[in-house]
Structures are given as structure tokens and as C-alpha cells.
Design a protein around this ligand. Structure first.
Ligand code: B12
Ligand code: SF4
Length: 509
């Protein structure tokens, strides 16, 4: 099919980032990564992020007129809605124009994604070399046979080339941060920040996690010196106040982490940064070491606690995590002035009321003992490519049969065969009370004003009482809190399955 595509060759590639449902706007790292080899090869790259671009669809339609192809980056969920809309509009106007999808969703479900009639090419896994090779072939009007990691169509048939071997992070080019409009992100988010990758993969294999499917389990990282140099340069060059290091597990190599801390202190860096790491690895750090990292700007460690039921942790294949280390990690982080930010997953297959109660009691205990610790909760959402997916399907989860079908697949609202109707409502109300009970700090600075904050603080006391006593009937405080939130303006993303609630902006995944 691609051989019949009418490609204009003027050396331009358009990259599109559909809005994700969050106020936490910053430059899309996946697309910045893919852009560098294209720029180095002389292509003109136009990055359009719908979150910060008014009339983004018109912009895309204008830009593709004289471009080689459109590349879109997406994860499973609401980003699919704008992807489909934009791709369909392109196909209506320029039927032969190639649409290339990459990122997590196309990587985990390449064939189903390629089945969509408005998608011409999918790229699985790392996109740096693959996208460049695809663009070169499209420009030369040559078929995509033999390009590893690339799927395409010929005469209506779907062709998926073999996988592309993973490249370690040290071998990958730097991201093209200069393409990002940080002023626009700051206007939207209230904070000037960026994401940064210092390592790839995670040695563990939690059963709900998709990471091993894309990045394997061979943790690999940039040397400490490089991380120090690049992060200092980034923050100075773009005036960033904060970096979110999006590594799956930053603390695998403790020495490296400490050397990064020492290096940043020596360099006199001014920016704050946050990391993601498992509780067992965080607990290996002493208070002194954590204080060093704090001096270096580390202000938050996001950790997946997930459940406080040993039975559920076992089912999640999280046997590497024990409760002593969670408490140790919470206590030491708080003592060192670093915010421990824990994630919880409710309604994992096999979780019963007692397990859930255990988790709520644990959250209450940690937040009371270690003020400053925070919890973000989700409802279990099985992703394609995760080890639990098959089991979830056997238990009645219906995996959507088309790309569009995945647009409403979103952890905040997931209704599961074993959690629906009244029990689903109850968990949602319980999560509302958890949100109200203790303070949490989202990345975006959506200021609610001191009066609203004071009233919300007042609501936290009845919320705590309800959580302690497992009472969620007639949730008047939730209604009041929602009314209060109306005073807070929400940034763009209305692409969510439902209207976003301001205080529930996504934090660490
Ligand atoms: C940062 C991040 C976010 C940020 C995004 C901010 C932003 N401005 O981009 C926020 C907080 C908003 C977020 C939200 C969510 N996230 Co998130 N997030 C991440 C995280 C930690 C890093 C992503 C990243 O930028 N990595 C660095 C770049 C360089 O790597 P990359 O994205 O893999 O890109 C490479 C390839 O994928 C590919 N590629 C990417 N795009 C493209 C495009 C083209 C054209 C090509 C050719 C190639 C290509 O090439 C790149 C370079 O090699 C990942 C975990 C991870 N380890 O990656 C989870 C992850 C992507 N998130 C995930 C999830 C589940 C979510 C949420 C649903 C969480 C929630 N509880 O609500 C929401 C969904 C939001 C939505 N849109 O619907 C899952 C996705 C699973 C899936 N099936 O899609 C991940 C993998 C975490 C996990 N292990 O479960 N997330
Ligand atoms: S959930 Fe976190 S700890 Fe578990 S495998 Fe995925 S990245 Fe590693």
C-alpha cells in the first residue's frame, strides 16, 4: 500500500502529541527523542502538541500539506481520541498521506493499531532509528520491508517486521528539547519543568506493569557525570525550576544515585527534581544519604506501594517489597525533607473488602505518622502487554477490538466485572475521601486560593473519620468539595472520558 502513497518530498516531518488528561503539561519526551535523528539528517521537524496549540487540528492539516509524514505518540487511553480525529481528517483531505503511530499503545498492540484504516505505519519500541529509517524510505518511495520494529500495509495486508533490538540509553542521542515551547507549557501548568531520562528498564516484573514488554528488564543507565552535566545544562538553558526524572527505577544503582547527588551539589544546581523508585531500594538509603540528595534538589520519590495486603502484593508479583521497608522509606524521606509519594491500586483481581480495608488503614497510618507523605490511588486497569492481562480477560475484562475502543480505557474511571454498580461507586467515594483527607502536591500549580484551601482543610477531618470507620454513605463532604473545586480553573484537557476533576491531576504513574 505504501508504494502507492503519494508522498511530497520537501524534507518536512510533522510530529503530533495528542492531549493527555492532565494539567501536568510539559514537552513530550518520546517525540523529542524521535526528533533528534531526523534533525541531524537534515529534516525539518514541526512539533505540534495539542495541549498548548490552539486550533491544533487546523495547524496539523496545514503543516502536512508539504510534509513527508505525520508521526503521533500515544499511550493507551484518552490520547487515542485526538489521534483518531486528526488521522481521519488527514485521510479525508489527503488520502495517501502516511500516518505513523509510535509510543506505548502502538508498541503493545501493533497489529490491532495498524488495522485502523487511517494508520499506515506503526513503530514498536524505541523510535529514534526506526522513525528516521521510515521517513527516509517514505521520502524515497521505497517499501518498508526489513525495517526492524516497523509494521506497515501492502495491498491491504498487514506486515509486521521482526522486533528491533533494544539500544542502551548511553547509545541514544540526546533529546531535542529546543523544539519545546516551555513558555506555553508554563502558562498552562503554572510551573516551568521538563522530563528527563537517566536510565531505562526495571529489574522487577510486577504483573500489572507493561515496561518489561517494551524495555525488557536489563536496567541500563547514563553515567552520573553525564546526568549532572545534562540536567544542569537543561535547567539553565530553559530556565526550568523542576525536572521529573521519569526512569522506571532510578535507585537500582545506589552509588550512581549518590554520585549524581554529590555532582549536583558541587555544581551548585538550583533546580528541584523528582524520581520514581521502588520502596525496597529507597529504604536502602540512610537519612544522611537522603539528606545529601535533598541538598542536591531531590524533593520527591514516587513509589508504587500498590496495596497493603500481603496476599495482593503476592498476586502482583511484588514480593520484593515488604512493609518494614515502606515504613522505613516513608520515615527517612520525611526526615530528610523529601516527599514520599506512594501509589495505590484498588480492585486488583482477588482483592476483597478486607484487603481494601487493610490498605486504607495503612494509608491512614502512614499519613498520620509521617506528615508530608502522600498517596495517589487508581482503580486497577489491565494494559495489553502486561502479565496480568490474560488473567484479567479470563475474569471478564473485555479488551477493546479496535484502536478507537481503547480511548475510554482509563484507570481513574475503570469499571471492572468484579467492581461495578454500587461497589464501584463506593470505591470511587472512598478515593474521594482519601484525596480530601491528607494534602497532596500535584506538579501543576493550579491555585485554589486561600479561602478554598481553608474550607478544604476543614473537610479533611470528617473525611478521615469516614475512612477510619469505613462509612461512605451520603457523602456530603464530597459534594461540598466538588462545589469548591468549581472555583479552580482546569487547564485544557477535556479529552478525558469524563470531565477532569482539578485535584485529581495525574501524578506519578
Ligand atoms: C511521563 C509519563 C506520563 C506523563 C506524560 C507527560 C508528558 N508530557 O508526556 C503523565 C503524568 C501525564 C502520564 C499520564 C499517564 N500515564 Co504515563 N508515563 C510516563 C512515563 C513515566 C514516561 C514516559 C516518557 O516520556 N518516557 C521517555 C520517552 C523517551 O520514552 P517513551 O515514551 O517510551 O518513547 C520512546 C518510544 O516509546 C518511542 N516513541 C514514543 N513516541 C513515539 C512516536 C513515534 C512517531 C515513534 C516512531 C516512536 C515513539 O520512541 C521513544 C524513544 O525511544 C511512562 C513510563 C516509562 N517508563 O516510559 C509512563 C507510561 C507511559 N504511562 C502510563 C500510564 C498508564 C499513564 C496513565 C494512564 C496513568 C494514570 N494513572 O492515569 C496516564 C495516562 C494519560 C493519558 N494520556 O491518557 C503507562 C502506559 C501504558 C500504555 N499501555 O500505554 C506507562 C508506560 C507507565 C506504566 N509502566 O504503566 N504519564
Ligand atoms: S511497576 Fe515499577 S517496580 Fe514494578 S516492574 Fe514496573 S517499573 Fe518495575
Amino acid at each position: 500500500m505504501l508504494s502507492s502513497v503519494a508522498v511530497k518530498s520537501r524534507g518536512k516531518v510533522v510530529l503530533f502529541f495528542p492531549a493527555f488528561s492532565s494539567t501536568e503539561a510539559t514537552a513530550p519526551l518520546g517525540l523529542l527523542a524521535v526528533a533528534t535523528p531526523l534533525l541531524r539528517a537534515g529534516y525539518d521537524v514541526r512539533l505540534i502538541d495539542s495541549t498548548i496549540t490552539p486550533n491544533y487540528k487546523t495547524r496539523v492539516l496545514e503543516e502536512v500539506q508539504d510534509a513527508i509524514c505525520l508521526g503521533v505518540s500515544l499511550v493507551t487511553g484518552p490520547m487515542i481520541r485526538e489521534t483518531v480525529d486528526v488521522a481521519r481528517s488527514i485521510k479525508e483531505r489527503y488520502p495517501g498521506f502516511p500516518v505513523v503511530l509510535g509510543g506505548w499503545h502502538p508498541s503493545l498492540l501493533p497489529l490491532q493499531t495498524l488495522e485502523a484504516d487511517y494508520v499506515d505505519v506503526v513503530i514498536r519500541g524505541q523510535g529514534e532509528s526506526a522513525m528516521l529509517e521510515v521517513v527516509q524510505r517514505l521520502e524515497q518511495r521505497v517499501d518498508l520491508d526489513g525495517l526492524p520494529g516497523v509494521g506497515f500495509k501492502r495491498d491491504g495486508k498487514l506486515i509486521m517486521n521482526p522486533e528491533r533490538p533494544l539500544r542502551p540509553l548511553v547509545d541514544l542521542p540526546p533529546k531535542a528539547y529546543h523544539l519545546a515551547d516551555f513558555d506555553a507549557y508554563e502558562r498552562l501548568c503554572g510551573r516551568r519543568w521538563a522530563m528527563y531520562t537517566s536510565s531505562l528498564a526495571c529489574p522487577f516484573n510486577c504483573s500489572y506493569c507493561t515496561n518489561a514488554g517494551l524495555y525488557g528488564r536489563q536496567w541500563n543507565a547514563l553515567p552520573a557525570e553525564q546526568v549532572v552535566e545534562e540536567t544542569c545544562d537543561l535547567s539553565t538553558r530553559y530556565g526550568l525550576e523542576m525536572l521529573w526524572i521519569v526512569d522506571d527505577n532510578f535507585l537500582v544503582d545506589l552509588d550512581r544515585a549518590l554520585r549524581i547527588g554529590e555532582g549536583l551539589v558541587r555544581a551548585g544546581s538550583r533546580f528541584r527534581w523528582s524520581i520514581q523508585a521502588t520502596t525496597n531500594l529507597t529504604a536502602r538509603l540512610t537519612v544522611g544519604e537522603l539528606k545529601l540528595l535533598r541538598r542536591a534538589g531531590l524533593h520527591q520519590i514516587c513509589q508504587g506501594v500498590d496495596s497493603a495486603s500481603p496476599k495482593i502484593l503476592n498476586l502482583m508479583n511484588k514480593t520484593f517489597q515488604d512493609f518494614d521497608s515502606i515504613y522505613l522509606s516513608a520515615g527517612r524521606c520525611v526526615e530528610a525533607g523529601i516527599r514520599p509519594s506512594f501509589n495505590i491500586i484498588f480492585a486488583y483481581p482477588g482483592e476483597d473488602h478486607t484487603d481494601r480495608q487493610q490498605t486504607v488503614a495503612f494509608i491512614m497510618d502512614v499519613c498520620r505518622r509521617f506528615p508530608g507523605a502522600e498517596f495517589w490511588t487508581n482503580i486497577f486497569t489491565p494494559y495489553p502487554g502486561s502479565p496480568i492481562m490474560q488473567h484479567a480477560q479470563e475474569n471478564g475484562i473485555e479488551a477493546p477490538a479496535s484502536l478507537e475502543g481503547w480511548a475510554d480505557y482509563f484507570p481513574r474511571y475503570t469499571v471492572l466485572p468484579w467492581l461495578k454498580g454500587k461497589s464501584h461507586k463506593r470505591v470511587q467515594v472512598m478515593r474521594d475521601y482519601l484525596r480530601m483527607a491528607f494534602d497532596r502536591v500535584p506538579i501543576s500549580k493550579v491555585d485554589s486560593g486561600s479561602m478554598v484551601r481553608l474550607l478544604q482543610r476543614g473537610l479533611s477531618y470528617p473525611a478521615r473519620w469516614r475512612l477510619d470507620h469505613d462509612v461512605y454513605g451520603l457523602p456530603v463532604e464530597v459534594w461540598m468539595s466538588r462545589k469548591l473545586k468549581r472555583f479552580v480553573s482546569v487547564a485544557k484537557p477535556k479529552v478525558d472520558a469524563k470531565q477532569l476533576e482539578p485535584a485529581s491531576a495525574v501524578n506519578c504513574p
